[in-house]
Design a binder for this molecule. Structure first.
Ligand code: SAH
Ligand code: SF4
Length: 383
């Protein structure tokens, strides 16, 4: 059995504690951290400024190891998708999206997802397990250094990270936070807080904890303006309904001043895309933010269909009309461009390959028997 410690499992404080156990000072941990994350090194013998004794000690007890790559696909638009083997028959996906002014890496936090949203193919696969910090950080470490090599550059390639791959990051909180800290650390990737986004379906208590531990940019997957509908699309809503979620967003912004919440809204034909829905969203944002309303942006995501969902994408004109209605009410609204859909790398298409350990098939069969709420049901759920 491999008993070596994977150093990708640590943020700088964690690595310093590991080094301390070896009788090494903190500055040695900083050197090591820089070699690993800034230079992509995994061979301790090449880390020339480390004390020779440490260089000799490390290979027996430690390693720097990303997940094995099962497959890599490059889209016509330059998007790259990797499938990583996480063992036990499971695989997760990571996507790199190059744009003119940035390079965004979309990272997975779990093998599968237990939230089971009706429109998400990851959710339909069920949940297998949480990823470790090493497995989360390793996706960035691998992608950044593989891309640098390919592009023949020593400059940084990944400028932004979004935790929008497979999984619900706030249901894997303890592994997530050290990864976020590594992304932000100047001795590693040195990203600003605003360039690292955690996307959540609304795990309210963990939104509060994140505001204390590591207040990066927050995206909230809203998808519906009324509880009866959101209960059905995002089952976690039954535990943390919309009003509680928006209150948590408001509290979050107290710790992330000058920031805004991004609300993601997947546009589903005839389900959540009508003018009444937009009007209700506008009212919600006004109700929950004090005088000026909650500081937020909307990002409309045209639904990426997959057969088992039984749902279809809103027509383009309806997405545009919805965006205009929100914009006219003073809410900054964008429509997400679909990238990498020729390689199934677009939002909600990340299915990886997960052994369901939660009997999701049964749950989905049950869920699909529940009709979606008719538009006329503009009443909030009775408590
Ligand atoms: N679990 C987190 C992050 C991963 S999902 C969350 O739900 O926020 C990333 C985004 O993709 C979410 O906003 C999610 O709602 C959206 N998404 C999921 N399935 C989709 C689909 N089929 N089409 C478009 N967007 C989808
Ligand atoms: Fe999980 Fe997010 Fe997919 Fe919902 S949308 S099932 S929370 S990954």
């Amino acid at each position: 059995m491999n008993t070596r410690t994977n150093l990708l499992d640590f943020d700088l404080d964690g690595l310093a504690a590991f080094c301390e156990q070896l009788g090494e000072k903190r500055f040695r941990a900083t050197q090591l951290f820089r070699w690993i994350h800034q230079r992509g090194a995994s061979d301790f013998s090449a880390m020339s400024d480390l004390a020779k004794s440490l260089r000799e000690k490390l290979p027996g007890i430690a390693e720097v190891r990303a997940l094995p790559v099962v497959a890599e696909h490059v889209s016509a638009d330059g998007t790259v998708k990797w499938l990583f083997d996480v063992g036990g028959g499971d695989a997760v996906e990571t996507v790199f999206i190059p744009e003119d002014d940035r390079g965004t890496l979309c990272i997975s936090s779990q093998a599968g997802c237990a939230v089971n949203c009706r429109f998400c193919s990851t959710g339909h696969q069920g949940f297998s397990r949480n990823l470790t910090t090493a497995e989360i950080t390793g996706q960035l470490w691998y992608a950044e250094h593989a891309l640098r090599k390919r592009l023949g550059t020593s400059e940084r390639v990944v400028s932004n990270v979004v935790m929008m791959g497979m999984g619900e990051p706030l249901q894997n909180y303890s592994a997530l936070v050290p990864s976020l800290r590594t992304m932000l650390d100047d001795h590693a990737y040195g990203m600003s807080r605003r360039r690292v986004t955690v996307s959540t379906s609304g795990v309210v208590p963990m939104i509060d904890r994140l505001s204390q531990d590591c207040p990066v940019a927050l995206a909230v997957s809203l998808h519906a303006p009324i509880d009866t509908l959101r209960d059905n699309l995002v089952p976690l809503n039954r535990k943390y309904p919309i009003a509680e979620l928006l209150d948590a967003c408001k509290r979050y912004l107290e710790f992330a001043p000058r920031d805004f919440i991004t609300f993601e809204y997947c546009m589903l034909d005839g389900v959540n895309d009508l003018p009444e829905h937009a009007d209700r969203l506008i009212a919600l944002v006004r109700e929950h933010g004090g005088g000026a309303g909650l500081s937020c942006k909307f990002n409309l995501i045209p639904f990426n269909p997959f057969p088992a969902s039984g749902l279809t994408r809103s027509p383009r004109e309806r997405v545009v009309a919805f965006a205009k209605r929100l914009s006219d009410a003073g809410i900054v609204t964008t429509v997400r461009k679909t990238r990498g859909d020729d390689i199934d790398a677009a939002c909600g298409q990340l299915a990886g390959d997960v052994k369901d350990r939660t009997r999701v098939e049964d749950r989905i069969a049950r869920q699909r028997r529940i009709p979606l709420v008719p538009v006329s049901a503009f009443v909030t759920r009775e408590s």
